[in-house]
Design a protein around this ligand. Sequence first.
Ligand SMILES: *Cc1c(COP(=O)(O)O)cnc(C)c1O
Length: 240
Amino acid sequence: MLTQEQIQRMTQAVAEIRQRMAEAARCAGRDPSEIRLCAACKTRTVEEVRASAALDIDLFGENHVQELVEKTDAGAYCGKEGHFIGHLQTNKVNKVVGRAALIQSVDSLRLLDKIEAAAARLDLTQEILIEVNIGEEAAKSGVDVDGLWALLDQAAARPHLRLRGLMAIPPATATPDQTRAFFARMRELLTQAGERHYDNARMDILSMGMSGDYEAAIEEGATIVRIGTAIYGARDYSKH
Ligand SMILES: *Cc1c(COP(=O)(O)O)cnc(C)c1O
């Protein structure tokens, strides 16, 4: 059980985030309703997530397949969407397809093919984003910009996938100015991707921005921001 104090703290946090999101949107001449708040809830319990679902959060993002399964089975999102935002291993694709409304972190042809096969078996259309390794970091998930176009072409050609846009996590070591430049570059890439005019795609989602940089992300064009710490507090990995 969460204490009244914990719930109150989370309620205030979400209200403040919403206010700052709206200000950033207006600052950029955008309609605040264009931007969705994704609660990045890795390591949070079913109870915490359920309590947060009553707040002004649009959807939930999970990094670990086991947590997605546990929280969807428990109904923790209270009817809101659950997205997959973490590194997805190909051997766990079957548990995610059809369960995640959007898989945000597709970054290889191998993964694309596994998702297509699983979606075909279930006779459904799986919405996806392609994750871009925008900082070209060696040990990071995401496709490099050089490989992006070929992967987009492949994704758009799969009958059981619907490509909706791009996702990125800029390098943790980047300065605020560098981070903003990465966000701006992502916006350009989304525009270029849209100009490829795929029949089977709608390039309208740009998922970027976390607790420390979501306002800059919104000013540069994000349509989903993924926020964990600023909603739930610091993560405690010792319990896992
Ligand atoms: C954890 C995580 C976030 C949220 O990070 P915070 O700094 O806690 O807001 C966003 N996106 C992804 C992919 C994450 O893994």
